[in-house]
Design a protein around this ligand. Structure first.
Ligand code: HEM
Ligand code: HEM
Length: 184
């Protein structure tokens, strides 16, 4: 009985996040296919810029944490981070579908997927913590709190270098586009 409850909790928390990640890839393939069939491949070009804007927008969460943005519930900003990151990733996946010539931008795309996947793992850690807190009592809450802080700390040690590497590759791609202006 106990195990069964654990299982269903795991599924309830993990499944939506898993679906969210799979939807990203499936929708990207569908949109890309549609653009090719409709002869609108050039739209994918512009999605590079808009997707980048969405990713940049998703960093409002960091701005809120650094108190550059001073008011508003932090949870709302985390939600904006996730939504913005998700939509941006989707647009950039479709944008990537225009070509398969250059290695550097494709490395950026692969890393972007890994970073977004890692974001989903972070979100899972958050949701788990939220549930444990809801059901726990005083001392137990402190215990879960410390466990969560530790887990998030370890997660960040992996997440942050991945984000940095992704941003470097994305920037190199964007710079090379503007430098060579090979916007064919
Ligand atoms: C301001 C943002 C961006 C602009 C203006 C831009 C522009 C472009 C252009 C013009 C191309 C076509 C190059 C060609 O036809 O040879 C391209 C291709 C591509 N871009 Fe971007 N891009 C941007 C952001 C991104 C980001 C953030 C990623 C990765 C996450 C990315 C991934 C790719 C990929 C994978 C390709 C296909 C490369 C290939 O030919 O194999 N782009 N981009
Ligand atoms: C390419 C897309 C993404 C990028 C570049 C990105 C980048 C980042 C960065 C830089 C942080 C650290 C924030 C800070 O401490 O200032 C972060 C944290 C986080 N991200 Fe993302 N992220 C992306 C997508 C996502 C998505 C789609 C989700 C949700 C499913 C998500 C969930 C999280 C969570 C839960 C945290 C932890 C927040 C915290 O501990 O304060 N991320 N992400």
């Amino acid at each position: 009985m106990e195990m069964h409850m654990l299982d269903s909790l795991l599924i309830r928390r993990a499944l939506p996040l898993l679906v969210s990640f799979i939807m990203l890839v499936v929708l990207a393939l569908l949109f890309d296919y549609f653009l090719h069939v409709a002869g609108l491949v050039r739209v994918g070009r512009y999605l590079g810029v808009t997707g980048t804007f969405f990713l940049l927008f998703s960093f409002v969460y960091s701005a809120r944490k650094q108190k550059i943005v001073r008011s508003g519930p932090i949870r709302t900003f985390l939600r904006l981070h996730c939504r913005g990151g998700w939509i941006g990733t989707l647009m950039l996946l479709v944008h990537s579908g225009v070509h398969f010539n250059a290695l550097l931008p494709w490395a950026a795309t692969a890393l972007m997927l890994i970073v977004t996947g890692s974001g989903h793992v972070g979100q899972y850690i958050y949701r788990k913590a939220r549930d444990e807190m809801k059901h726990g009592a005083g001392g137990e809450k402190l215990y879960w709190d410390s466990l969560t802080i530790k887990a998030l700390g370890q997660w960040r040690k992996v997440h942050m270098p991945l984000v940095s590497l992704f941003l470097c590759l994305a920037l190199l791609h964007i710079l090379s586009i503007f430098f060579f202006w090979n916007w064919k």
